[in-house]
Write a protein that binds this ligand. Structure first.
Ligand SMILES: [Zn+2]
Length: 158
């Protein structure tokens, strides 16, 4: 938390507090107590950025694990992992218009696209990028040699 003065009134001192925050996605309300700063002068509350991002990611994980397949869940999960609609469309090989129709519930969701997005979310939660790496390799394949020999350690494990 770098802010020293209130961004609202510019004068008030900031106190560390914990505040209940909630996020609504497609008829579900998620809540958590998050660290925040409250201005002692004007009461403006600003949430701690990383804590808020952590909360959003945890919501996306819950949606992914539950197999939620609504347009709202797709949009929330996509935004949480920082993918633009056009970028996500490219990764799952559809047009941006299709993603828009999915997210606005104008066309039923493709479960494979949702599974891909869910994997990206779960990877992010575990600080990995397996699915995104795989998708990007498919988009931009590297030249694979005709003959490849592995050393014993490459086969045994990591
Ligand atoms: Zn203030």
């Amino acid at each position: 938390m770098k802010t020293k003065h209130c961004v609202g009134c510019k004068t008030g001192k900031l106190a560390r507090v914990r505040v209940m925050d909630s996020i609504k996605v497609g008829g579900h309300a998620f809540s958590a107590e998050l660290p925040a700063l409250r201005c002692e002068h004007c009461d403006l509350v600003s949430f701690d950025g990383p804590a808020l991002e952590g909360f959003e990611l945890r919501v996306a994980v819950e949606l992914a694990r539950a197999g939620e397949s609504t347009g709202a869940a797709m949009r929330f999960m996509r935004k949480t992992v920082g993918l633009r609609a056009a970028e996500f469309a490219g990764l799952v090989d559809v047009t941006p218009e299709t993603v828009s129709r999915w997210e606005n519930d104008k066309q039923s969701l493709d479960h494979r696209a949702m599974a891909v997005l869910a994997s990206v979310v779960l990877d992010r939660f575990e600080r990995r990028s397996t699915m995104l790496d795989t998708l990007r390799a498919l988009q931009h394949p590297r030249k694979l040699a005709r003959r490849i020999e592995f050393s014993p350690s490459e086969i045994a494990g990591r």
